[in-house]
Design a protein around this ligand. Structure first.
Ligand SMILES: Cc1ncc(CN)c(N)n1
Length: 207
């Protein structure tokens, strides 16, 4: 039997909920997040996105030709996102030349590990990482400034469409692999759910 992305979401709904519904996001929506907590997230997420860009590039390198357009569009968006992060950090006078915290570092190392796994696992992981932010930033509802801009970055229609295309890619390749690889994809999905939850929690624990 083949596993699909929507089946993973259904089967592991509790783990996924913890990844996408978190006090960090709720407090952004309420406008009560501490500026220092938000700044911690912003800097650490920039560092994450630098490594995530490398991850997507590696996934592209392993992908079949007919996935190029979608993955290249993702990389194009990441180019803008990195510049945008730099602008947001500058507005707040935050130093991006800093060390990643342990949670961020380990998540980045995990992404690197995934790129040594079969392409189906990589495609599934890429979809899960993007879906986590697509849903996480939308679920609390309309956010006040300055958080609305952040919610829109990952909650906008274009990004939502992109995540749907990533789901199609992942489902297409999951169909072609055996149960062992499907099991690897499922484990990776659960890893992402845990690491996303931990990333929000890390931001709230100001060092
Ligand atoms: C931790 C994390 N997860 C996902 C995303 C969305 N690319 C992100 N920016 N940061």
């Amino acid at each position: 039997m083949t596993i699909t992305c929507s089946q993973l979401l259904e089967k592991h709904s509790q783990a996924w909920k913890q990844a996408t519904v978190h006090p960090f996001l709720t407090q952004c929506q309420l406008g009560t997040i501490q500026p220092q907590q938000f700044s911690t997230w912003l800097v650490q997420d920039y560092l994450f996105v630098v490594e995530f860009t490398r991850f997507v590039a590696r996934v592209l390198a392993n992908s079949p030709r007919h996935h190029f357009d979608i993955l290249l569009s993702g990389l194009g968006a990441l180019k803008d996102e990195l510049t945008w992060f730099q602008a947001k950090a500058q507005e707040r006078q935050l130093n991006l030349e800093t060390e990643p915290q342990e949670t961020c570092k380990q998540y980045c190392e995990y992404m690197k590990l995934v790129t040594t796994m079969p392409y189906a696992v990589q495609a599934n992981t890429l979809w899960a990482i993007e879906l986590a932010y697509n849903q996480g930033w939308q679920l609390p509802g309309k956010m006040p400034p300055p958080y609305a801009e952040f919610a829109d970055r990952w909650g906008n229609q274009g990004f939502t469409e992109y995540v749907k295309l990533l789901e199609q890619i992942a489902d297409e390749v999951l169909l072609t692999v055996d149960e062992t690889v499907q099991g690897q994809a499922e484990s990776a999905f659960l890893e992402i759910a845990t690491r996303e939850k931990d990333f929000w929690s890390m931001a709230m624990t100001v060092e």
